[in-house]
Design a protein around this ligand. Sequence first.
Ligand code: NAD
Length: 358
Amino acid sequence: MIYNIALLRGDGIGPEIVDSAVRVLEAVGEKYGHTFNFTPYLIGGAAIDAVGVPLPQETVDGCLASDSVLLGAVGGPRWDTLPGNLRPEKALLGIRAALGLFTNLRPARLYPALSGDCPLRPDLVRDGFDIMIVRELTGGIYFGDRGYREGKYGEEAYDTECYSRFEIERIARVAFETARKRRGRVGSVDKANVLETSRLWRRTVHEVRDALYPDVELRDVLVDNAAMQLVRDPAQFDVIVTSNMFGDILSDEASQITGSIGMLPSASLGEGTRGMYEPIHGSAPDIAGRGIANPIATILSAAMMLRYSFGLTREADAIERAVDRALDDGLRTADIAGASGAGTLGTREMTDAVMERL
Ligand code: NAD
């Protein structure tokens, strides 16, 4: 089979880690008889520098014409003082909306080989944890009405949260389907004691469960409690489903307790098979260009692409196993090397190590 992949390398370490994932995909293609065609497009600060906008129309068109999209990361101090609509991060919201990507899947798993990096007390994570956060991606406060106005005390700013029953049903179904393939438990996170959108969220999630997924266990968790439970007893969670903003925050928290921001992939999905796959970390300007970024989050994002967009389960498993083996063999990039940092691998060497273990 031939698969056409749009590459959005972006800024900072983006180009380095995307190129690592491309090398791994090419090796997988050779081994299993697939052809992956890669077409690069501009996004983020690189696009601002080249053509003056963070998300050129050519990039949107190229992604829409592709089978799937692999993204590095965007942003950096150079572009931080630009107005809101010209910021690199604006491109992320734009491309998600243009591709209709309403689901963000973020696995947060504690790798046994890296349990020493977990910032939680060992007795709290004795049995490890494996959480899948299902975040709604195109609704809520990040997309609602916003602006400035004159208020009682002078200038004020506002953002509004709005969720439709349709949007909540759609993401709830993804969460229940995901739970069915895992341990059968969904925690739905909201703030129903305060917010009207959360009350509609809670009511709708229960209706979807009762009508279509009676076999899945559903629990409501208030967002403040969820933030607390994640550091108290993360293993209690299987699938967490939540709104755009709560998901943004909780998935960062969940990733942090794995101790390894350079390890965690993500998938953004819509109705069809096309998705956008990216590491959860940013462009890491502090280490860009030094060849020391951990490529594993992006390599695992490519594995998610094979699994969720192309249905290549065997190939995705092969990548994930190769990463496990490299870690089990004690190979480390600087970010996961612990205090000494001695004998660590650079981006290229870690990529080679994964490829050798495919
Ligand atoms: P960051 O994730 O880029 O970096 C946080 C810390 O983690 C840094 O010390 C960095 O060196 C380290 N780090 C991140 N990825 C790593 C990797 N693969 N290997 C080794 N170390 C790694 O977050 P930040 O510093 O808050 O943001 C930097 C820029 O990235 C900002 O402009 C921000 O807006 C942008 N950003 C982009 C995305 C995205 O493109 N999806 C996400 C988050 C932040």
